[in-house]
Write a protein that binds this ligand. Structure first.
Ligand code: IPD
Length: 288
């Protein structure tokens, strides 16, 4: 019940970029706990971020205390606590927990990623949670072309200018019939939590996730979970497959593992990424 008592909300930067007391209290609790245990590591959190702060190469906890704040305010149960850890601006550890569904996703670079499902007692009172390695679909299904894909897209909170144009025109392109020049993907979903979107792609339930405008704390944890499940994160603008992006890039395209065998997986993923890039209209520009 505590969460329901802490819904007092205010906008961050505009009327759709919300923050609640819960966001602030959860971040304070996480920050205090991590600092007590790891005093030399830096901390970057959504609620204590100030314009101009930069993620550095130093080991840094990158935390979104409530990812999906709009869902939280509307009581839509797609909400997560997202705790990531980055070194050299690359994500290396991630935990994403949805307290409503009691599902926790974890990933450590080089050690795989997992979905852990707790029973009604939740994290603190469940000695036998169900633990499954990601991706859940083993072996991963092939994805021959974009038209077969289920894609997560988000409006985000910036709703003006050329970034908005790019999003809207690209969504139009993704959905439109092939005979009218579109990709005619299976469908699009917009669930409202970047961290959980990445976990859905990691698990194999979603095929891709595309967004511009979200921040390092929205993606850091989910990114490790995705990579460890055989997925990839690349530039959300048409870019170069070979060039890695930093965790604070703010323009992202995530794709699940697509086939057996490393070589086939990589070339199959590259083909889908390049096909997706070809449907993007314009270039998203976000400061980081
Ligand atoms: C938001 C969510 C949303 C995404 C936005 C993020 P918040 O995070 O992840 O899915 O579209 O870009 O800002 O504000 O709920 O922590």
């Amino acid at each position: 019940m505590t969460v329901l008592l802490l819904l007092t909300r205010s906008p961050h930067k505009n009327s759709v970029d919300l923050v609640t007391e819960t966001d602030q209290k959860v971040e304070a609790m996480i920050s205090k706990t991590l600092h007590a245990k790891y005093p030399t590591f830096k901390f970057l959190g959504e609620e204590t971020y100030k314009p101009g702060m930069k993620l550095t190469d130093a080991p840094t906890f990158v935390v979104d205390p409530v990812d999906g704040t709009t869902n939280f305010v509307h009581h839509y149960p797609y909400v997560s606590v997202s705790i990531g850890f980055a070194v050299n601006r690359q994500p290396v550890v991630g935990v994403v927990y949805n307290p409503f569904t009691r599902q926790m996703y974890t990933g450590i670079k080089g050690e795989g990623s997992y979905l852990i499902e707790y029973k009604s007692g939740g994290v603190e009172n469940d000695n036998e949670p169900r633990r499954q390695r990601l991706p859940l679909k083993q072996p991963p299904e092939p994805l021959k072309e974009l038209s077969e894909a289920l894609v997560a897209v988000e409006w985000g909170s910036d709703r003006s200018g050329s970034n908005w144009e790019t999003k809207v025109k690209t969504w139009d392109n993704l959905g439109r019939a092939k005979e009218d020049g579109g990709a005619m993907i299976h469908s699009a979903r917009s669930f409202g939590s970047a961290a959980l979107n990445l976990c859905a792609v990691a698990s194999g339930a979603m095929d891709l996730y595309w967004e511009g405008g979200c921040w390092a704390w929205d993606v850091c944890a989910g990114w490790v979970i995705l990579n460890e499940a055989g997925g990839v994160m690349v530039d959300g603008n048409p870019g170069k497959w070979e060039v890695p992006i930093p965790v604070d890039h703010r323009k992202y395209l995530a794709l699940r593992a697509v086939a057996e065998g490393e070589e086939e997986n990589v070339s199959g993923q590259r083909k889908i990424v390049e096909e997706f890039w070809s449907f993007i209209v314009g270039t998203m520009q976000y400061e980081h």
